[in-house]
Design a protein around this ligand. Structure first.
Ligand code: TRP
Ligand code: SF4
Length: 404
């Protein structure tokens, strides 16, 4: 790992919604696949989050968890690079959620746009619950318990990362102050050795006096590189750089997942609620059937009627799967009625089947070895708990809860 990525940690969660489809693959999982090679990654099944809306139908959560994890693994998420676990198997999330709830103003939660939006959207459910209001704060706890620096999320979740930043800032502000903070920070700097201490002080001055952002980044990298300082000193030195108190809970960044709009069978975004999906486990026969029967440009009633790919959901799929040459063939052939719609669909059918085949082979091997999946999740939870416990220890101590 290089200097920049060394201290960076990625965390993301997904609600257990059962078997995943191509929309999840192109929208989220491909992004995770890339991240797992670049960063230390924690990916978890957000089963408690699912309970905030499915509390009266909780059996579907249990049934979904393993299928979803099998699909992660099938897509190539590698438990050797990323930690995979189930949220409720790391109860530290709940304790941090409780502690953060003490300092979170109600208005911050009421103002989160998803709060009212989802209540509107899911009218048939009673979401005027304490758990539902607190759900973005639970997400903050999910993130902060790992001191994650990057959180890959879709557009709708960026506000939750923003809330997390505010909560972290408030926590650090309230609990990061020590009466002799500056002296302790100076002493901590000396512990890095003469040369590093001087470098740290120079960089800090350049940032504080001249607003030199590069100096700040270099100083942070310098701190991340230090092997021999305690966690408490590290927090002090990070905080001292920016002039605040200790930074116990660092502020994460949202890593906006590029809105890969995987079109569904009807041209709308692929989503279970639109009933337009191709699941990752769909058999080749089913893929073929779904694609052969999907609608095309309504202007092409007969084979001889020319069409316009812009009015056709199949064209949207060509944009995902086809190279320039093939796309040109579609454009020409459609507009001149030179090709039929089934001809046009054939390369997409082949591309989807080819994309799914290796995933389905991997899925099959995990389906046949359920204990393997259970072990992966157990190991992931154990590693996650090691990190989570360490953070909680710091948090409890900062809040005055470490009784001896
Ligand atoms: N709230 C997210 C969703 O509904 C899932 C989630 C829970 C999450 N905790 C998280 C995502 C922490 C990123 C980080 O999709
Ligand atoms: Fe759609 Fe292709 Fe038929 Fe044109 S030829 S209408 S792009 S399926």
């Amino acid at each position: 790992m290089n200097l920049v990525t060394q201290s960076q940690r990625v965390l993301s969660g997904m609600r257990p919604t059962g078997k995943l489809h191509l929309g999840h693959y192109h929208g989220v999982l491909k992004n995770w696949l890339r991240l797992q090679h670049e960063y230390e990654c924690f990916f978890f099944v957000a089963d408690w989050h699912a309970l905030t809306t499915e509390y009266d139908n909780s059996s579907i959560i249990a049934n979904s968890v393993h299928d979803m994890v099998i699909d992660w693994l099938a897509a190539g998420i590698n438990p050797g690079s990323a930690r995979l676990f189930i949220q409720s198997q790391v109860p530290e999330h709940a304790e941090l959620h409780l502690l953060l709830s003490m300092i979170t103003p109600l208005g911050w939660l009421e103002r989160v746009p998803t709060y009212k939006d989802q209540q509107e959207k899911l009218k048939e459910k009673d979401l005027a619950t304490y758990g539902f209001l607190g759900y973005p704060l639970l997400q903050s706890a999910d993130i902060l318990i790992y001191r994650a620096t990057q959180v890959p999320v879709g557009e709708d979740q960026v506000v939750h990362v923003e809330l997390t930043r505010e909560v972290a800032r408030r926590f650090n502000h309230i609990y990061g102050r020590e009466p002799d903070f500056a002296e302790k920070a100076e002493a901590a700097a000396k512990k890095m050795g003469k040369k590093n201490a001087k470098l740290y002080q120079d960089l800090r001055r350049r940032y504080q006096e001249q607003g030199d952002g590069e100096a700040l980044e270099t100083a942070k990298a310098l701190l991340s590189d230090q092997q021999n300082i305690t966690l408490g000193d590290r927090e002090r030195l990070f905080g001292y750089l920016e002039g605040s108190g200790k930074i116990i809970l660092p502020e994460p960044q949202a890593l906006l997942t590029p809105a890969a709009k995987m079109p569904g069978l009807d041209g709308q975004k692929m989503s279970k609620s639109y009933n337009n999906t191709i699941s990752l486990r769909e058999s080749p026969e089913a893929v073929e059937k779904k694609l052969r029967t999907m609608p095309t440009d309504p202007a092409r009633v007969r084979r001889n009627d020319p069409g316009d790919p812009n009015n056709c959901p199949v064209w949207q799929l060509h944009k995902v799967y086809s190279n320039d040459e093939l796309k040109e063939w579609v454009q020409q052939g459609c507009r001149s009625a030179g090709i039929g719609c089934l001809d046009c669909k054939q390369p997409v059918i082949e591309a989807v089947i080819a994309e799914l085949r290796p995933m389905q082979e991997r899925a099959q091997s995990f389906i046949e070895q359920p204990e393997l999946v259970r072990n992966i999740l157990a190991d992931g939870a154990e590693d996650a708990r090691d990190v989570a416990k360490e953070t909680l220890r710091e948090v409890r101590s900062a809040m005055g809860l470490s009784y001896k």
